[in-house]
Write a protein that binds this ligand. Structure first.
Ligand code: UDP
Length: 315
């Protein structure tokens, strides 16, 4: 008998890659998505796969599923700053009500539960790099607060279900991740710069570009999440790539790798944009035996290939 996993947000960037990994690990997968920011294009290759079932549903409403479930992955949420600025209420609801419903499903089925949390829990961090025991520096009422606080609430709710209801829960704090199936227009820096470069437009660097991010390729991230789901660890674990660079360095790298000579244009820095971000992954190394393997150069080339194909450009 195959095990059954439920993936909320299965038609999204990370949810769809996680679904592929679970199917490869011989799970049956029930994917749930309301397609607000997800797209069935990300799972169309699974049409006809007897081990995959898709349900279009908004998990902020009660989730009813017949039959046994072994694992619930709560991946659903807008995840790009532009998306959650345009969808503030939905972002708050999926992190709060959606997490509650997904935890309720896990409890009812005696299933394990994994929450997709975020480095945004650290806000604009005053500790660098960020370790899991840092409580963060979040502005609750700023425009990003809708995402940050929803995820912080989701973590609190997950730990309460673990402590009070004894649900076997895990929490992953996901740092900036990139790769195929990101939406070209989602506003995040990787698809933004790649899309702009490939179309010969100016690269839009927010602020002076001295803010830093650390970019993890999607297959590494999914491997970390899968390992965490199989572990006995219950507190939050950072998964990300510690290779840190400034946004302006990132823009120059994209121009160098594509060989495209587009200009760089500066735009206003979004409110509360974190000045630095880098995961301390010593916990993931210790409890999961995990560390990223895909170099920036390899990951970016694979991502470029995807967007070239998406834009019908020659490779
Ligand atoms: N950024 C940028 N130009 C863009 C999009 C983003 O300079 O067109 C910057 C943004 O201000 C931030 C970093 O790139 O400092 C990463 O932004 P992203 O939206 O990818 O996610 P975040 O890490 O802020 O959640």
């Amino acid at each position: 008998m195959k095990k059954t996993a439920v993936v909320t947000g299965a038609a999204g960037f990370l949810g769809s890659h996680l679904t592929d990994r679970l199917l490869a690990e011989d799970y049956r997968v029930i994917g749930i998505d309301n397609l607000l920011t997800g797209n069935t294009r990300n799972i169309e290759h699974l049409a006809g796969n007897a081990d995959f079932q898709f349900i279009k549903h908004d998990v902020t409403n009660y989730i009813y599923l017949p039959g046994a479930v072994d694992l619930v992955f709560h991946m659903a949420s807008p995840a790009s700053p532009i998306d959650y600025l345009q969808l503030p209420i939905q972002t708050l609801k999926v992190g709060s009500l959606g997490t509650h419903n997904a935890l309720g499903l896990a409890k009812a089925k005696s299933a394990r539960f994994l929450l997709a949390s975020t480095s945004e829990c650290y806000g604009d961090p005053l500790v660098h790099p960020q370790k899991e025991d840092y409580w963060g520096n979040v502005n609750p009422i700023g425009p990003r607060g809708v995402y940050d606080e929803a995820k912080r609430f989701a973590e609190a709710m997950t730990m309460a279900y673990h402590r009070y209801h004894k649900v076997d829960t895990k929490i992953v704090r996901i740092f900036n991740t990139y790769g195929p199936r990101m939406r070209l227009e989602d506003g995040r820096v990787v698809p933004a710069f790649i899309g702009q470069a490939l179309q010969g437009h100016a690269l839009t660097v927010f602020g002076d570009g001295s803010q830093t991010r650390s970019f993890c390729y999607v297959s590494d991230l999914i491997d970390g999440i899968f390992r965490l789901s199989q572990s006995d660890y219950h507190e939050p674990v950072n998964i990300g790539n510690p290779a840190e660079m400034t946004v302006i360095e990132f823009a120059r790298e994209i121009l160098k790798i594509t060989g495209i000579n587009a200009p760089i244009e500066h735009r206003p820095l979004p409110v509360d944009d974190p000045k630095v971000r880098q995961p301390d992954i010593s916990l993931a190394r210790r409890v999961l035996g995990w560390e990223p393997k895909v170099t920036f150069d390899v990951g970016i080339r694979k991502t470029l290939e995807y967007f070239r194909h998406f834009l019908s450009l020659p490779s």
